[in-house]
Design a protein around this ligand. Structure first.
Ligand code: SAH
Length: 463
């Protein structure tokens, strides 16, 4: 260990920045959200009106005096000539202030690490000044894996610490409590922004009211296939899952993000000719959560768009089990982006509607009159088998046969194919190209917009 990343409490402390320009401003900004008393002596060259509005009240337009430095804990010096810098450093040091001269490790008592700031949790990445760019990249990686609200969880633990200590006398009991509290549902509630709920959960745990082990079910949107299109939260939940319940729309690249020893349950597998029925899926989720496990039900696209997520949420909550929903990028949005088709456009489409191509037995069909309005975009999920009916119903409802259509099969995956045509040729487009993978059908003026911009190699897909 070449440097030691000590953590200095900032509550009630004074931090002084001396200097001007962007470097001084950056250092000052670092302490804005901290409890420290921040003072920026910006010299006479800085016009306070020109700095960040949030910093303006902290600016004093002169150099610091010995008296100013007396109560400081940290001093950052940015800019100034050599003689000024060393005079100021000497003065500060003689008063017991720790000095950092920006960009000059040799003159500094400490270096500024790359910081991931989550309030209650602060991660510091120090390279001893040797490779700041590397530190910045590592910071970006940490930012990605650290939940945005982990600080809320830490704050809550801080607030309850003394209560826990008075209730649980033994160190081992306290540690066991914190392990349960910080990894169980309280954690999920805090990370979802429900601090009050998280506090209740921790107190229940503390009072021994959690008799059953507390599992949780997360309904998580996996996006359309490309793992890069997962949300940060979905990626984290996958890494943390004890049990993964998935079906065929979830790509291998996404499943690969889960722990290798997580239990994997494929409910998309056909048994005989039937998928696992919906109520059986609900029971799988409930049974595993009751054993105290973290269950992630991962679904293609978004769980609440033609994903039957509503039914699973209802079943799990009815069983008295915590259930949270994490949205995903739905196929319509992903395929439109991939094909360069804006779903709305000020000149061509004022509304967009997501519709299902299949109708539940005895169920209600989509409103084709509404779907066929001019200057609107209609996006069909599960429409490949029903392409002839979609075509007929749209034409019957008055949509022009010349309306552009676009089909995106296996959108965002390596097998993606795109086809363009018109409404009167929709069914033929499906048959002639043997389209049979998951496909989004976009009908509307905007589906024709991209034609001129498409790369020549894709023109063969134009019917
Ligand atoms: N919840 C999912 C939709 C599930 S319904 C979502 O929000 O995307 C299944 C339908 O989604 C498929 O029939 C197909 O129309 C569409 N779909 C899912 N993934 C797709 C993909 N990668 N490319 C094109 N369409 C896809």
């Amino acid at each position: 260990m070449r440097v030691f990343p000590a953590a200095i409490p900032l509550e009630g402390k004074t931090v002084i920045v001396a200097g001007y320009g962007a470097l001084a401003e950056t250092k000052a900004r670092l302490f804005l959200s901290s409890p420290a008393n921040l003072i920026w002596f910006a010299g006479t060259k800085t016009d306070p009106a020109s700095v960040d509005a949030a910093l303006q009240t902290r600016v004093i337009p002169r150099e610091p005096t010995r008296e100013d430095l007396r109560d400081a804990t940290l001093l950052f010096i940015a800019g100034g000539d050599e003689a000024q810098v060393s005079a100021l450093s000497e003065q500060a040091r003689s008063l017991g202030v720790l000095v950092n001269v920006v960009d000059s490790p040799a003159q500094s008592d400490f270096q500024t690490p790359a910081i991931v700031d989550r309030d209650g949790i602060v991660v510091s990445i120090a390279s001893g000044g040797a490779a700041p760019v590397l530190s910045v990249d590592i910071r970006a990686a940490v930012e990605r894996v650290l939940p945005a609200r982990v600080g809320v969880l830490a704050d809550l633990a801080g607030e309850l610490r003394s209560t826990v200590k008075s209730v649980l006398g033994k160190f081992d009991d306290r540690r066991a409590f914190w392990e349960r509290a910080l990894r169980g549902p309280a954690r999920d509630k805090a990370l979802a922004g429900d601090k009050a709920g998280a506090r209740r959960e921790m107190l229940r745990e503390l009072n021994g009211e959690n008799d059953a082990p507390a599992g949780i079910v997360h309904l998580v949107g996996a996006g359309p296939g490309d793992p890069d299109l997962l949300t940060l939260k979905a990626a984290r939940l996958l890494r943390e899952a004890d049990v993964l319940v998935f079906d065929r729309l979830v790509s291998q690249g996404v499943l690969d993000l889960a722990r290798r020893d997580a239990i994997r349950i494929d409910v998309g597998k056909r048994k005989g000719d039937h998928k696992v029925p919906q109520d059986a899926i609900g029971n799988i989720l409930i049974d595993h959560a009751r054993r105290g496990l973290r269950v992630v039900r991962i679904k293609g696209g978004d769980p609440f768009i033609f994903g039957r997520g509503g039914e699973e949420l209802e079943a799990v909550r009815a069983a008295g089990i915590e259930c949270q929903v994490t949205p995903g990028i739905s196929a319509a949005v992903a395929c439109a982006a991939s094909a360069g088709i804006p779903l709305t456009h000020r000149d061509h489409a004022q509304t967009v509607t997501f519709a299902s191509g299949v109708v539940k037995q005895d169920g209600q069909d989509a409103n084709y009159r509404a779907l066929s309005a001019p200057n609107s975009t209609s996006v069909f999920y599960m429409g490949v088998g029903a392409a002839p009916e979609i075509q007929r119903k749209m034409l019957d409802a008055g949509r022009a046969g010349s309306t552009p259509v676009a089909l995106v099969e296996n959108g965002t995956t390596d097998q993606e194919r795109r086809f363009f045509g018109t409404l009167s040729g929709l069914a033929d487009l499906v048959t002639n190209n043997a389209i049979n993978g998951p496909t989004i059908i976009i009908v509307g003026e905007t589906a024709g917009l991209d034609v001129a911009k498409r790369a020549p190699t894709e023109m063969e897909n134009f019917a």
